[in-house]
Write a protein that binds this ligand. Structure first.
Ligand code: GDP
Length: 613
């Protein structure tokens, strides 16, 4: 075999062959694919400077490094791709409408309401629901199932709009962090008396990153001091230019409290959908979609609100949703009415699942229960190994140090949660004042009052490497579990000064270490010996300091460095090996440089890390 030894180990090289590995694969998995012994891969990694065990999940970089060393082209497969492949094995294609153009029918837009806290997202979602009495059947009791549908008159036509009823961008971020697309249009709520705020921008960033068109609802126009035009002016800076200013974004002035402007807002949503999107789906295929919300109901068992994205979901269908599966026993709409079938963009509460899926899981109708169970089980197995990989992938504050040292990261991202707004602000201010020069930066992704939520953790996941700071607050149980699963670092403090000290230390750790040369000793060459196998050795007298074996060395002749980057590879006192020889003593020094001459000076030194002050 064409197998040069790497670190003394023989492994067949790949000659550029491609191998596919799941994210979080171990060296054992790698060895499996190339028919090598896992132990030899461990040894090669050791040679490359990383200590990993054979069965431990390693990150993509490590796989790539090993691949490059062995001349394999490594393709790390994402969980989404892996899932797609899993489904393909069952002859299922998720996310595609079957058939051709003729099979597609228009579907309602799905809307998420986002914006800064207290700007009126919840109130708006309530107001929209209330004004839409038409759609509600007599006697129906409003149910909060996580999404609802309303109807609106548009150009003489009755049109439907689906609203995701989990205010804030929590759900949106959670789903995006998992690569799921649930939303067609985002309504950005901005209070006219408060203007654009940090979370407004954050929400906008999320929408823009997901390439979702935005309609701006300028809320609270009933309030004294409301300045809707200021909101328009402010948002132009972020690329949202109102139609009346020559842009393409629709701004609608509303009062969620008084219920004014709601019809115009619905109209603006439909106009935007028609102008910018082609919302069509095949209603005749087996249903597919996404879970928006799910929980364990005391009486009904696991229930999940799903959004049908294509096809028609019917009672009796066998479905798989994430790692849950089952047969649809019954479906309820947002009025609490039983539904027999749900067409595209329709949200329904599904009963009959074996377990509670997660928000963002996809659901698929499959041929029978057996297939549903098989898919669910395979997903569960894959998730377990992916989870293990993830916890090794994310970094703790301490680990960031080494990442930064290697130049992989130069920014520390924080999410700050605190008990009162005063402390959050004070902490943020103080942290941003830490001066560590230009090499590393500190960025606060999000700050808010209250417990650490799943949203915070998801944000940390979406922005790889973000660390969450809890100042006198703790995570909600579900957030804690999620953080544990995802390996997100949460730090708790109750004293500001302590938090600052630790973050400062971390940031300093992040600075690429600076090394300085420290001279250790000099020796004068008195004689040159030829030693078999080693080469020329300098019989020397140590003039200053101490000559230490394995230290770095250079050779100086008449005050000029004539050889550098040498190492004291052999050091002898008379016939014996020595580890160090002090000033005033004679010794034989080998530095692997053959042209050594009488009266040369050998200078030895070491590189020491300069402490940061
Ligand atoms: P969210 O945090 O964005 O969901 O905000 P909420 O919907 O909870 O609203 C925050 C506060 O603003 C509540 O006290 C609402 O009653 C109030 N609010 C919401 N919309 C309006 C409005 O149009 N006018 C006025 N005056 N107050 C509003």
């Amino acid at each position: 075999m064409s197998a040069p030894a790497i670190g003394g180990v023989q492994v067949a090289r790949g000659n550029g062959a491609t191998i596919r590995l799941p994210r979080g694969a171990s060296l054992s998995d790698f060895a499996d694919r190339i028919g090598a012994n896992p132990a030899s891969l461990v040894q090669i990694m050791l040679h490359l400077g990383e200590m990993v065990t054979a069965t431990q999940s390693v990150n993509e970089e490590t796989l790539q490094l090993l691949g490059a060393e062995l001349d394999y082209n490594i393709q790390v497969v994402s969980p989404e791709e892996e899932d797609r492949e899993l489904l393909e094995a069952f002859d299922i294609e998720f996310g595609e409408d079957e058939g051709d153009e003729a099979d597609l029918a228009a579907r309602p837009p799905v809307v998420t309401v986002m914006g800064h806290v207290d700007h009126g997202k919840t109130k708006l979602l309530d107001a929209i629901r209330k004004t839409n009495v038409v759609a509600r059947e007599a006697g129906g009791i409003t149910q909060h199932i996580g999404a609802y549908q309303v109807s609106a008159e548009h150009e003489g036509e009755e049109r439907r709009i689906t609203f995701i009823d989990t205010p804030g961008h929590e759900a949106f971020t959670a789903m995006r962090a998992r690569g799921a697309k649930s939303t067609d249009i985002a309504v950005l709520v901005v209070a006219a008396d408060d203007g654009v705020k940090p979370q407004t921008i954050e929400a906008l960033n999320h929408a823009q990153a997901a390439e979702v068109p935005v309609v701006v609802a300028v809320n609270k126009v009933d309030k004294e001091g409301a300045d809707p035009n200021k909101v328009r002016a402010q948002l132009t800076e972020y690329g949202l230019v109102a139609e009346e200013y020559g842009g393409s974004t629709l701004f609608v002035d509303i009062s969620a409290k008084n219920g004014t402007g709601i019809d115009q807002l619905l109209e603006a949503i439909l106009l935007t959908a028609d102008a910018e999107l082609d919302l069509r789906a095949n209603p005749t295929m087996d249903a597919q979609g996404i879970a928006i919300e799910a929980h364990l109901d005391k009486g009904r068992g696991p229930v999940a609100t799903v959004l049908v994205q294509r096809g028609t979901l019917r009672v009796g269908d066998s479905i798989v949703c994430g790692e849950a599966f089952g047969r649809v026993r019954a479906m309820l709409d947002d009025n609490g009415d039983a539904v027999e079938e749900a067409t595209p963009s329709r949200p329904v509460l599904v009963m009959g699942l074996t377990a509670v899926p997660s928000a963002g899981d996809n659901f698929i109708v499959v041929t029978d229960d057996r297939m549903a169970r098989q898919i669910a089980q395979q997903r569960a197995a894959r998730k377990r190994s992916a989870d293990m990989a993830k916890s090794s992938r994310r970094r703790t504050l301490e680990e960031l140090f080494s990442d930064l040292e290697k130049g992989r990261v130069d920014e520390l991202k924080l999410i700050i949660k605190g008990d009162v707004s005063g402390s959050v602000e004070a902490l943020e201010d103080a942290l941003l004042k830490i001066d560590v020069g230009d090499e590393v930066r500190l960025r606060v992704l999000h700050r808010a009052v209250g417990a650490i939520t799943e949203y915070d953790v998801n944000l940390a996941v979406a922005d790889d490497n973000a660390v969450i700071i809890g100042f006198n607050v703790r995570p909600e149980p579900r957030a804690r579990d999620l953080a544990e699963r995802e390996g997100v670092d949460i730090r708790y403090y109750s004293v500001i000064y302590q938090a600052i000290e630790e973050i400062e230390a971390a940031l300093k750790g992040m600075l690429k270490p600076e090394f300085e040369e420290v001279q250790m000793g000099t020796a004068e060459v008195r004689e040159v010996f030829k030693v078999p196998k080693i080469g020329n050795v300098a019989g020397s007298l140590v003039r200053s300091g101490v000559i230490v074996r394995n230290s770095k060395a250079r050779v100086i002749r008449d005050g000029v460095v004539i050889a550098d980057n040498l190492t004291v590879s052999s050091l002898r006192r008379f016939k014996d090996d020595a580890t160090e020889v002090r000033e005033g003593f004679e010794c034989g020094i080998g530095v692997g440089y053959n042209d050594i001459r009488l009266d040369d000076v050998i200078e030895t030194f070491e590189m020491r890390e300069k402490p940061r002050v």
